[in-house]
Design a protein around this ligand. Structure first.
Ligand code: FE
Ligand code: MN
Length: 362
């Protein structure tokens, strides 16, 4: 089918069949190679919807008040030694981890996928990791934590080193020219997407999320708690994005989704859980925040099984686990609350519409 436009003496013939062929050629990997960014026609409508959801959740660290946190940080009676250690481990681990995730999104996953709507949402994902990394900088600077100490944690705390190595090995395995028509290469990418989405962001982030939110629940460090809650809301979209990517990739390449590969993914989750549980013991070497390391290690077992099930894989435990920290589910659901940025959003909108008027007047 063709559309013909005759404007004055010129005639333009647009071939719709070409657009249809382009749509039919869209794939997670191995689709039509193009440098153009034509989003329409959309093949992965969910990716575009997710992009819109993520964009609507935009937040800026500097909008969060840190005055109360600073006051508590300076007051020996306001926080215990273990409260402070959890915060140090939190900023130490996450300031490394956010960057690792963002880097993998940009240099591995976004490089290898071929459909523009997938590149779009992955670009937003990477940007959110930048916001998270920036929020940690803001926390470190506000509290006056020594950034060198924070940096040294990546090298000197063995449980952080081990967690980081687990994911960076998976990422580096793909940083070379790969022939994506080779099922082995597709499987490497699937492993990467599973490890980053379900094992790291989906499971290994949740030990500390739980501890920081536990402090928040006790009225401790409300600014940090608020930033972590906004981060968590973003992470839930990242986990969903990578879950969908994996399922599309497997559906388009059914040859990779073998029982042996599924077992391999489960074993990777088992390793991720063990690494996380070791890390939790380092975060909570003595009881603190009214909770023990055991509560959080059980929580990680619970979360890991949920992630596996959501990826169509068998859980690690034969019995359905219960959430040992039910209050966390409530705190993690930020959507229920009125958005404290609302006033701010209106201002942004006002500012941008004013800018438009100004442009038109020029
Ligand atoms: Fe993040
Ligand atoms: Mn993330």
């Amino acid at each position: 089918m063709q559309s013909t436009y005759t404007i004055g003496s010129r005639t333009f013939v647009l071939d719709k069949a070409k657009a249809e062929a382009a749509l039919a050629a869209k794939r997670v990997v191995g689709g039509r190679e193009t440098l153009s960014f034509n989003l329409l026609p959309l093949r992965y409508g969910w990716a575009y919807e997710l992009y819109r959801t993520m964009k609507a959740n935009h937040w800026e660290p500097e909008d969060v008040q840190m005055a109360k946190d600073i006051e508590q940080w300076r007051d020996d009676r306001a926080l215990s030694e273990i409260d402070r250690w959890i915060v140090r481990m939190g900023v130490g681990y996450f300031s490394a981890a956010e960057g690792i995730v963002g880097d993998n999104v940009i240099h591995v996953v976004r490089e290898l996928v071929t459909a523009s709507e997938l590149k779009l949402v992955l670009g937003r994902h990477a940007h959110e990791e930048n916001i998270h990394a920036d929020s940690l900088l803001y926390m470190i600077a506000s509290l006056g934590i020594d950034p060198h100490e924070c940096e040294a944690m990546f090298d000197d705390v063995p449980s952080i080193v081990a967690k980081n190595r687990f994911v960076t090995d998976v990422s580096h395995a793909l940083r070379r020219d790969l022939d994506m028509t080779d099922p082995e290469a597709v499987r490497l990418l699937a492993r990467n997407i599973f490890v980053f989405g379900q094992c790291m962001e989906g499971t290994q982030f949740y030990g500390l999320f739980g501890m920081i939110l536990s402090l928040y629940r006790q009225g401790k460090l409300p600014g940090i708690g608020t930033m972590f809650r906004y981060t968590l809301r973003d992470e839930s979209n990242h986990i969903e994005l990578f879950r969908r990517l994996l399922s599309e990739l497997a559906a388009e390449n059914p040859g990779i989704w073998t029982p042996a590969f599924k077992d391999e993914l489960r074993e990777l989750m088992r390793e991720a859980v063990a690494l996380e549980q070791r890390f939790i013991e380092d975060c909570l070497p003595v009881e603190g925040v009214g909770l023990s390391a055991e509560d959080f290690t059980q929580y990680v077992d619970y979360i890991a099984d949920r992630r596996l099930a959501s990826a169509g894989l068998d859980p690690l435990h034969h019995v359905a686990l219960e959430n040992p920290l039910p209050w966390l589910a409530e705190l993690m659901d930020v959507r229920k609350e009125t958005n404290f940025f609302e006033g701010r959003v209106t201002e942004y909108q006002k500012a941008s519409s004013l800018a438009l008027v100004a442009d038109e007047e020029l």
